[in-house]
Design a binder for this molecule. Structure first.
Ligand SMILES: Nc1nc2c(ncn2[C@@H]2O[C@H](COP(=O)(O)OP(=O)(O)OP(=O)(O)O)[C@@H](O)[C@H]2O)c(=O)[nH]1
Length: 464
């Protein structure tokens, strides 16, 4: 995740302020040093780092904390506001017919992003089409076509045609019934004149409503020049940061945002078409600082639950809140958890537990938990329908049989049963909340603050 180091090192320094009501110069210096160190190691431009840290320092020393605010909360608020200020608002992407041009170097993720964005617009009820003008990279046409098929969006390309400008024009015509046109362009290793010429001509031909620069999160200082040149030639309205699932950096992308005086539109968090998030500065920074991101979390939960339910008409997550919680429910909930994406990303979004909690886990804790979920799944597959519906009837001899049948040991089967009991207890606390509204459940979790087990127990099968 972008600036992950900033999140964890900052939380370390902030935790040292616990219990203090006033900040002294030394505290502020330490925090500012941490911020500088993390931002520089995440490849944020040095001038930007200096500007940011001096305004944090100045505000922390001179602003009077509102009555009753602890020193820690006061600094956290200032850092939060300054970071939100640096990153700015999210790029405006209205939900209306429009043409969007994607620019960027080779391999930055343009083609993938085009299909992801088209999918995103289609989930908002707009008909989206991708126009592939990359005649430079062999394979770009097939890749884009396949991804658009997966995203179930319209696609236009012409592998026989060599002139990208003609493809762009023909593509707009061929997909004129679509509401949103996303024009993918070719990339090159470096910013050659030919690339700039080509993209300027395409820009002239399609007259986009906005042009977005697609940047790999791992890009370093090179982002600055790239952003400058693309901005000079076609005008950059926003940045898409891709491959956030694979890097702890991302500072180069922030530098590009600053350089083009633009903002971030979308984040790419994986290789499949659904791995795209609309950028929301407040939630993003909150997540970074370990304050959680409720909105993203509840959106993910809702999507995952809906997908799991789509596959099995008989299962309705709302029933859990009304009646009994069976092993079958637990299995479905685990399926939904898997759909929510990597566990560490999900943890980052849970307020109070977020990053701070994650930092305390051993490095391999996530793997262990994922492995455990997989084992539980295999075990549940070898249980009978009756056992799944009434786990309390499973005694020692059945445990032995299930262990043999699933190839797992008896201890793991016992663990699964214990886990189920614990989740059942947690779910009981939420029952009677009415319609099982996720938001309210989340609020309850939030109020439990960094209280580990109980909250996670409610979220999924990995609570202890
Ligand atoms: N893990 C991960 N991989 C990504 C993401 N976005 C793109 N990729 C991968 O990055 C590689 C390059 O992506 P493309 O979409 O082909 O990049 P491009 O900018 O169109 O490349 P050119 O056509 O050569 O200019 C592919 O293997 C993608 O699967 C992301 O958010 N996460």
């Amino acid at each position: 995740m972008v600036l992950d180091n900033l999140g964890s090192s900052l939380r370390g320094s902030l935790d040292k302020l616990q219990g203090k009501s006033r900040l002294d110069e030394e505290d502020v210096e330490e925090i500012v040093r941490e911020i500088q160190r993390s931002l520089l190691s995440a490849d944020v431009d040095v001038n930007l780092v200096m500007d940011l840290s001096s305004s944090i320092e100045e505000r922390a020393l001179n602003e009077e904390p509102p009555g009753g605010t602890s020193a820690r909360d006061h600094v956290l608020k200032i850092v939060y506001e300054e970071l939100v200020g640096l990153i700015g608002e999210s790029t405006e992407i209205p939900l209306e017919p429009q043409t969007i041009l994607l620019a960027g170097l080779q391999g930055s993720g343009k083609t993938t992003t085009a299909a992801k964005m088209a999918w995103w617009f289609s989930t908002k009820g707009l008909r989206a089409a991708v126009i592939q003008t990359d005649t430079f990279r062999p394979g770009a046409y097939d890749q884009a076509k396949q991804m658009c098929e997966r995203a179930e969006v319209e696609f236009y390309g012409d592998p026989e045609e060599e002139d990208p400008v003609k493809i762009a024009r023909d593509g707009l015509e061929a997909t004129e019934d679509a509401d949103v046109h996303i024009v993918d362009t070719a990339g090159r290793h470096a910013l050659e004149d030919a690339l700039i010429d080509e993209i300027e001509q395409i820009e002239g031909a399609v007259n986009p409503d906005r042009s977005l620069l697609v940047l790999d999160a791992a890009i370093g200082q090179g982002a600055k020049d790239q952003a400058r040149q693309f901005d000079d030639s076609i005008g950059i309205d926003g940045v898409v940061i891709t491959k956030l699932d694979g890097t702890a950096k991302g500072g180069g992308a922030l530098t590009a945002v600053n350089e083009t005086d633009s903002s971030i539109g979308f984040l790419g968090t994986g290789e499949t078409v659904q791995d795209i998030e609309r950028f929301e500065p407040n939630g993003f920074i909150s997540r970074l600082l370990g304050m959680g991101d409720l909105k993203q979390l509840s959106e993910r939960v809702e999507r995952a639950m809906a997908e799991t339910q789509e596959e099995d008409d008989d299962w309705d997550p709302e029933d859990i809140m009304k009646g009994s919680f069976t092993l079958k429910d637990m299995q479905k909930q685990m399926e939904a958890m898997n759909r929510m994406g990597p566990l560490d990303q999900v943890l980052d979004m849970i307020p109070g537990l977020g990053g701070g909690f994650k930092d305390q886990l051993p490095d391999d804790a996530m793997d262990v938990t994922q492995d455990r979920m997989r084992s539980f799944d295999v075990i549940m597959d070898s249980m009978t329908e009756e056992e799944l519906e009434n786990p309390r009837t499973v005694g020692a001899s059945r445990v032995r049989r299930i262990a043999r049948g699933s190839g797992k040991d008896e201890e793991t089967v016992q663990e699964l049963l214990e886990q189920h009991k614990m989740m059942e207890r947690t779910i009981k606390q939420f029952q009677g909340m009415g319609d099982g509204d996720m938001q309210r459940m989340m609020k309850k979790l939030q109020n439990q603050g960094g209280g580990g087990g109980g909250g996670l127990g409610g979220m999924g099968p990995f609570g202890d």
